[in-house]
Design a binder for this molecule. Structure first.
Ligand code: SF4
Length: 85
């Protein structure tokens, strides 16, 4: 799949398979006690997928790949006004 800038898309939807794989590898290394619950993780990503700040898997508020940021229990949405999750 070709890489393209994609609003409200996660990495795979943007065609960025390489970074998707990398992020999955990093997520696999998060300590269990620091990792977010799977249901909450899915809920967070759904919120991101409906957010104008998500572009090609990255949040423009913090520059993070949301799939990675959302995987941490103690991380929050970086939008200081809306705090979406
Ligand atoms: S601002 Fe929050 S909800 Fe929006 S993409 Fe960033 S992390 Fe996700």
């Amino acid at each position: 799949m070709e890489l393209r800038e994609c609003k409200k898309c996660l990495l795979l939807q943007s065609g960025d398979e390489d970074n998707h794989k990398l992020v999955q590898q990093y997520i696999a290394k998060i300590k269990p006690e620091e990792k977010c619950d799977g249901a909450i993780y899915a809920q967070r990503l759904e919120i991101c997928k409906n957010c104008d700040n998500l572009i090609s898997g990255s949040c423009i508020k913090c520059g993070c790949y949301v799939e990675f940021r959302a995987a941490f229990k103690n991380k929050k949405c970086p939008d200081t006004k809306l705090k979406k999750w």
